[in-house]
Design a protein around this ligand. Structure first.
Ligand SMILES: Cc1cc2nc3c(=O)[nH]c(=O)nc-3n(C[C@H](O)[C@H](O)[C@H](O)COP(=O)(O)OP(=O)(O)OC[C@H]3O[C@@H](n4cnc5c(N)ncnc54)[C@H](O)[C@@H]3O)c2cc1C
Length: 284
C-alpha cells in the first residue's frame, strides 16, 4: 500500500480537471483494503474509489477526502468464464477477448476506464450493457469481502444497486464463444460510428447527462442551439451536444456552469429535467 499526498487528481481524469485529495492511497494487494480503511477512519475522513477517472468531474479545489485507487491487476480465462480484477482496463480486456474469440462486450469497445468502474456505472453502448454479462462480483464492504451473484445484483440504466461505499475488487463475466473476425468487425463498426458522431480523442468524461425517457439528451441540447457554446475553456462539443470538451484549462466551475446552462435551456424549452450521468465530486 502506498499512501501519497499532494497528488493532483486532474492527472487521473480523462477531462483533466481535479484538485488535490488529502490522501491518495494505492492498493497493491486487496488484503490491504482493511488497513487502508482503518487509516482513513483514524484520520476522520471519507473516501472515494477511483477507477479510470473517465466518468468523473472533480472539484479543482483541494478535497478533504482520501482517494482509493486499486493498482493490482489480474485476468483469468477458463472457457467462456472470465475472472478479472476490477482495476483491469476495459479496452485492454476487450483486446484479450478478441484474441480468445470471446463475444459479449465488443459493443463496449472504446469505452475508457476500468472494468470495476464499468460495472459500478453499468456502462453501455450500442444496445449492450456490461450488467448483462456480469455473473458475479467480489466487493469489500468495509469489514469483509463478499461475493454477489446475479440474484443479488440489479442493473439499470447507468446504475446498479451496488452501494457507493463498497469497493469492487473482482468481476466475473459469462461470455459466449464467437468468431474473432465477427467480433473485430463489430468493433470496427463501433469505432467508425464513434468517430463520426463523438469528439473522440479530446478531453471529455463521456456523456454529460443521462438520456431522459425516450429522448436523447444530446438532441435536446442541440435543439437549444448550444452546440459549440463555451464558458471559459469548457465547450459543448460541436460533434455531439451531450459531450463537454476541455479545450485547454477548463475549471470545475466552467464545466458546472456549462452543465447548468444546458440544463436550464432544455427545461425552459422542453420542460424536461436532465440528470447528470457524470459523477460529480465536490470539495465541500
Ligand atoms: C470518450 C469517452 C467515451 C465514453 N463512452 C461511454 C459509453 O459509450 N457508455 C458509457 O456507459 N460510458 C461511457 N463513458 C463514461 C465512462 O467511460 C464509463 O462510465 C466507465 O465505465 C467508467 O469507468 P471508470 O473506471 O473510468 O470509472 P470512474 O470514472 O473512475 O468512476 C465512476 C464511478 O465508479 C466508481 N468506481 C470505479 N471503480 C470502482 C471500484 N473498483 N469499486 C467501486 N466503485 C468504483 C467511482 O467511485 C465512481 O462512482 C465514456 C467516457 C469517455 C471519456
Amino acid at each position: 500500500m502506498k499512501i501519497k499526498q499532494e497528488i493532483k487528481l486532474s492527472r487521473y481524469t480523462t477531462i483533466k480537471v481535479g484538485g488535490r485529495a488529502r490522501y491518495f492511497i494505492e492498493i497493491e494487494l486487496k488484503e490491504e483494503l482493511k488497513k487502508a480503511l482503518d487509516f482513513i477512519k483514524e484520520k476522520g475522513l471519507s473516501y472515494f474509489v477511483m477507477g479510470g477517472g473517465s466518468n468523473l468531474l472533480i472539484d479543482d479545489k483541494d478535497l478533504n477526502i482520501a482517494i482509493i485507487k486499486l493498482t493490482y491487476a489480474f485476468l483469468n480465462i477458463e472457457g467462456t468464464r472470465v475472472r478479472v480484477s476490477s482495476s483491469f482496463k476495459l479496452p485492454r480486456l476487450i483486446n484479450v477477448l478478441i484474441k480468445e474469440g470471446l463475444s459479449g462486450i465488443e459493443e463496449l469497445a472504446e469505452i475508457p476506464g476500468e472494468i470495476g468502474g464499468a460495472v459500478m456505472m453499468n456502462a453501455g453502448s450500442f444496445g449492450k450493457e456490461i450488467g448483462e454479462v456480469v455473473s458475479e462480483i467480489e466487493i469489500f464492504d468495509g469489514r469483509r469481502f463478499r461475493r454477489l451473484g446475479t440474484r443479488d445484483l440489479v442493473f439499470s440504466y447507468r446504475n446498479t444497486n451496488i452501494k457507493r461505499d463498497w469497493i469492487i475488487t473482482e468481476v466475473n463475466l459469462r461470455l459466449a464463444k464467437g468468431s474473432t473476425s465477427r467480433i473485430m468487425q463489430k468493433i470496427q463498426e463501433v469505432k467508425e460510428q464513434r468517430r463520426r458522431t463523438q469528439p473522440v480523442g479530446q478531453r471529455t468524461f463521456g456523456s454529460v447527462f443521462k438520456n431522459p425517457d425516450a429522448n436523447s439528451a444530446g438532441y435536446l441540447i442541440e435543439r437549444c442551439n448550444l452546440k459549440g457554446y463555451q464558458i471559459g475553456d469548457a465547450k459543448i462539443s460541436e460533434k455531439h451536444a451531450n459531450f463537454i470538451v476541455n479545450t485547454n484549462r477548463a475549471t470545475f466551475l466552467d464545466i458546472i456552469s456549462l452543465m447548468n446552462t444546458a440544463k436550464s435551456a432544455v427545461y425552459k424549452r422542453f420542460g424536461i429535467k436532465l440528470e447528470p450521468e457524470v459523477i460529480i465530486l465536490r470539495s465541500d
